[in-house]
Ligand binder design. Structure first.
Ligand code: ATP
Ligand code: MG
Length: 237
């Protein structure tokens, strides 16, 4: 099954009289179960492409079919609903809420989706246990290491059981050992059927994925399987 299908997608940014074409005819199909690295130089359009895939932004031209549904022309509200159901986001800077503890941070998407307090607590605790943070539920983000913060962000992205996990430079603020742990976690989620798309500058990070898409100046430059997919042996420290 094809989860993401972009067909000749263009994205033009306008600021005043100035236009900038950040995506220039991107066509990309990603199937269920794939784990993909999106690579390319700074300014090449990686974040823009992730925002289109994640329904945070819409193409200026071209079309997008997500999990069999044409999402190109949905209203803002419809897009927000599909986004909440289908997409989980992880960012380089974690974006945790500093005054909420770990459990409460992970409950946030469930609150938007209207879960009861009891359901929220159960589901958030379950997913935090899954990422190895079952003993940190009451910690504040400031009381966690960088890798632990990123695992909270991953847990938060997973609470709604998305079909796609989008991660934009998720290991950019982590040392290489912690980065490997996060990639291993992504691999586990991918093995369980979640489609994972990771933006990265680093070849070592891309090695954990099964497919590498390179973008340059808003166009796909190359796209192919990664035949030496790396699998870290270690679990969480
Ligand atoms: N809101 C915006 N308005 C105008 N131009 C933008 C906007 N957002 C991005 N751009 C331009 O679009 C191009 C692609 O930006 P994008 O953020 O997608 O790059 P990137 O590949 O993610 O880069 P990096 O690796 O530095 O994160 C850049 O030239 C950028 O300046
Ligand atoms: Mg970027």
């Amino acid at each position: 099954m094809t989860v993401v299908s972009l067909n000749q997608v263009y994205k033009v940014y306008r600021s005043g009289a100035i236009e900038f074409e950040a995506l220039k005819g991107v066509s990309l199909d990603i199937r269920k179960g794939e784990m993909v690295a999106l690579m390319g130089p700074s300014g090449s359009g990686k974040t823009t492409l992730m925002q289109v895939i994640g329904l945070l932004d819409r193409p200026s031209q071209g079309n997008y079919v997500l999990a069999g549904q044409d999402v190109t022309t949905l209203s803002e509200n419809q897009r927000a609903e599909v986004r909440n159901q289908e997409i989980g986001f992880v960012f380089q800077a974690f974006h945790l809420l500093p005054r909420l503890n770990v459990l409460e941070n992970v409950e946030v998407p469930l609150t938007y989706a209207g879960f009861t307090p009891q359901e929220k607590r159960e589901r958030a605790a379950e997913v935090l246990t899954k990422v190895g943070l079952g003993d940190k539920l009451r910690n504040l983000p400031s009381q966690l290491s960088g890798g632990q913060k990123q695992r909270v962000a991953v847990a938060r992205a997973l609470t709604m059981r998305p079909s796609i996990l989008l991660a934009d430079e998720p290991t950019g603020n982590l040392d290489s050992r912690t980065a490997a742990e996060v990639m291993r976690l992504f691999q586990e989620l991918n093995d369980e059927g979640t489609c994972v798309i990771v933006v990265t500058h680093e070849a070592e990070i891309a090695e954990y994925t099964g497919r590498i898409v390179r973008i340059r100046d808003g166009q796909i430059e190359s796209d192919g399987p990664n035949l030496q997919r790396k699998r870290p042996a270690r679990g969480f420290a």
